[in-house]
Design a protein around this ligand. Structure first.
Ligand code: HEC
Ligand code: HEC
Length: 382
């Protein structure tokens, strides 16, 4: 990924030079340098993390992970009841009601559409917005603060968070032993359900986490209209989206952070979005909670912009309901306050016209790729 930043600087300079000299434009719009830079965003440059080893075993591991993903039976007690309107899953104290797909909705690229701007409800209210799970196989860190750098490690949070499943490692292991013993034993060093030592229980947990992570890394999207455009199909996207792409890598400064094939730099920044929403805490220190370094105060991981039109609401606490709102947020240089940390110097008022706001939205809409293969998005027979 190194080098792209320099390419961007060249793009800006050459755009100015080209404007002065009347140079030939690609598709009547882009300079050669702009086009070369845009090509660095092509999806086909990525290799997803693959399960290592025998393909058939990998497939079976992913299938096992899929069943665990959709299985509510290891969820702990509900502490915020369904009030008929909040999208909740049952009465207080009921167990076995929430599963991963309760919040990570497969019909919406595994994001949560239930309630706008209100975080998410599992066994209780979450403090942060539910990220989609598509294309995680390409990422280097996970959750908004980047606390985890391996997909399998995120299970601990999902399982034990009082807001997600409010469960325990023991309960998860018990369900594997009770419901999935044959599948488990076919994939791993076989265990006998009687007299399982603490050591073996730990191994079962880790293997279950590996299965879920293997499943999650199958959730990848195909090329988007924008990729087809870059590959030479001039009609793959509308004119507004093309103008939006030019703004995105130029005047609007977006690619300063949203760069590379995922439109994300795998780094952390303060964009200056105020904490709001019914269930968001007054302060969220983001990356600081992971590193303890004051420089990370209020920083959050740059999200991917692939299939972004499908994963509203936006930002770490679901502060924005639509892409138009997000662009307006950047247009005016972020919020004036209500967030912690120092706003990134590149979040400044952008002097965009209303038409240019529309162009940027059209561009973001052109980033939705072919959906995940339906065999991975449907609830398997349990
Ligand atoms: C209450 C709704 C809820 C449930 C249920 C839930 N999650 Fe999540 N999930 C979240 C939220 C909120 C985050 C972001 C957490 C953060 O940044 O602090 C998240 C983050 C993640 C991430 C990281 C995504 C990224 O972009 O880095 C993964 C992976 C994940 N969850 C998997 C799971 C799995 C597997 C389960 C089931 C065992 C599960 N989740 C159950 C709400 C939920
Ligand atoms: C300084 C780095 C930086 C710049 C510049 C930047 N972004 Fe972001 N973007 C981020 C980070 C970090 C987040 C997550 C912020 C949060 O939730 O606190 C984000 C969030 C978003 C989201 C919401 C994603 C989601 O899944 O919720 C969209 C859409 C977005 N940016 C688009 C843009 C566009 C369009 C531009 C240019 C106008 C832009 N960004 C400029 C870093 C940046």
């Amino acid at each position: 990924m190194i080098g792209w930043r320099r390419v961007r600087a060249l793009v800006v300079l050459s755009a100015i030079a080209a404007a002065c000299s009347g140079e030939q434009r690609i598709d009547d719009l882009f300079t050669e340098q702009e086009w070369a830079y845009l090509e660095t965003f092509r999806l086909d440059q990525l290799d997803p993390i693959r399960c290592t080893g025998d393909t058939r075993r990998c497939d079976e591991l992913a299938r096992f992970g899929q069943r665990l993903f959709f299985d509510p039976s290891y969820a702990g007690p509900i502490t915020v009841a369904n009030d008929g309107a909040n999208g909740g899953f049952g009465a207080i104290g009921e167990t076995g009601k929430v599963s991963c797909d309760s919040c990570h909705d497969p019909a919406h690229y595994f994001a949560d559409h239930r309630l706008a701007n209100a975080q998410s409800l599992g066994t209780a209210w979450t403090k942060r917005n539910v990220p989609g799970l598509v294309d995680l196989a390409y990422r280097e860190s996970f959750i908004w603060s980047g606390k985890y750098d391996r997909l399998e490690d995120v299970l601990d949070l999902a399982l034990t968070s009082p807001a997600a499943l409010n469960s325990t490692h023991d309960r998860f292991v018990d369900v594997i032993l009770e419901r999935y013993l044959a599948t488990y034993n076919a994939l791993f060093v076989p265990v006998s359900p009687v007299m399982v030592s603490a050591e073996i229980r730990k191994q079962i947990y880790l293997n279950g986490a590996l299965a879920i992570a293997t499943y999650e890394s199958r959730l990848v999207s195909g090329p988007a209209p924008f990729d087809r455009y870059l590959a030479g199909d001039k009609h793959a996207i509308e004119r507004a989206a093309k103008r939006g792409a030019q703004l995105f890598i130029g005047k609007a400064l977006c690619s300063e952070c949203h760069d590379g094939p995922l439109f994300a730099d795998d780094r952390f920044h303060v964009t200056g979005v105020e904490q709001r929403g019914d269930h968001a805490p007054a302060i969220d220190r983001g990356r600081f909670d992971v590193t303890g370094d004051p420089i990370d105060e209020g920083r959050f991981r740059t999200p991917t912009l692939r299939h972004i039109a499908e994963t509203a609401p936006y930002m770490h606490a679901g502060q924005h309901d639509s892409l138009g709102e997000v662009i307006e947020f950047y247009r005016w240089g972020g919020d004036a306050g209500g967030f912690t940390g120092r706003k990134d110097p590149r979040i400044v008022p952008l002097e965009l016209t209303d038409d240019q706001v529309g162009d940027l939205v059209a561009f973001l809409r052109s980033l939705t790729g072919a959906p995940v293969d339906p065999t991975w998005t449907t609830k398997p027979r349990m």
